[in-house]
Design a protein around this ligand. Sequence first.
Ligand code: URA
Length: 434
Amino acid sequence: MRMVDIIHKKRLGEELNTEEIQFFIQGYTTETIPDYQASALLMAIYFKGMTENETATLTQAMVDSGETIDLSAIDGPKVDKHSTGGVGDKTTLITGPLVASVGVPVAKMSGRGLGHTGGTLDKLESIAGLTVELTKEMFVENVNTHKLAVAGQTGNLAPADKKLYALRDVTATVESIPLIASSIMSKKLASGAESIVLDVKTGSGAFMKTVEDATSLANAMVKIGNNLERNTVAVISDMNQPLGFEVGNANEVKEAIEVLQGKPVADLRRLALELASHMTVLAGVFDSYELAYHALEKNLDNGKAFEAFKAFVAAQGGDVAMIEDVTKLPSAKHHLEVTAETEGYISEIDAEAIGIAAMFLGAGRAAKDDQINYGVGITLHKKIGDNVKAGEALATLHYDQKNSLDDSHNKVKGAFNISTTPVDTKHLIYKVIK
Ligand code: URA
């Protein structure tokens, strides 16, 4: 088999067969296929697309390119959740204990954030003592005992994806639905999930700017899941403004705890319940979405979800006193309000700009080895549709050092748009694809 013939076939828009896709992935992983030929094929895929079969085969070939995590020692159905990424998205901190509170095991392998704010691991590490470096034995034992464990990703999962993603980044081939879908799903499958709930974000702060594009990506991922015998559900949710009011690390943990204690943070509670409901239905614990939603809502309000969070934090060495009294979580020394210059209604909050402003304060990493400052971040006081008076606070910056404070302030100020006429609030959940 020759790579040049595979490129030619795809350039003509024909369907590649399993052997051809495996030849490409194996050859590229073991470096017998050079970057220039892989680039040519990626560009042909970008223009000609891939069929459902090709996309599933590509995903499986990327899973097979490295190690896979075996979760068979964990009792019960293994359900995972994945978000395509958004600002202020702390839903994993809520869905994990919430799903665990009805007895469904959550074995979560997570990543660190590169960019705006920390990832789930960074947010959790703002709780003193909490470790995400678990041995495989501890990880399994904690899930079996407490129904929830969160650990850093170990092992060489889907190395083909890692190499291809880096190549796509420099060959203008990232924005291809079959390539994005197979990239995300290969990592989920390699980490052992049996069922997967995908939170596909759409809007100005998301990778997919329109509901139409988010729907295409969600459809492609659900089809991969179904083709590879993983029950998969995708929820398309809004990222035209940050989720909840807190953006950072410790302050996001605090907001997640408040939701776990029943506080009605409207969008965050609603989305967490939506995702957790689908997770528990896929796990077979509830017969319907409505039953799941009702039971889970009860567990937010009766303290069971928070109890599950506490047990998880204690099992991973975290200081439980900090989550029982959130004022003990790391916090910044100084605070600065960003105020509105005109009266009106909030019509836009550029989520990406808020994320970048939080990173300027030290809440995220600009480079891989940067240290995160857990206490800094941004609190929003207004969301889209809210009325605001001139001089009223739109947001508060929590900071320790003055360098980049002006940049952060300007970024947040510029993120808000104020209209003179009333503005409708945004949809939170656009659709669910099964
Ligand atoms: N995230 C991924 O993991 N892969 C892509 O291709 C795009 C976003």
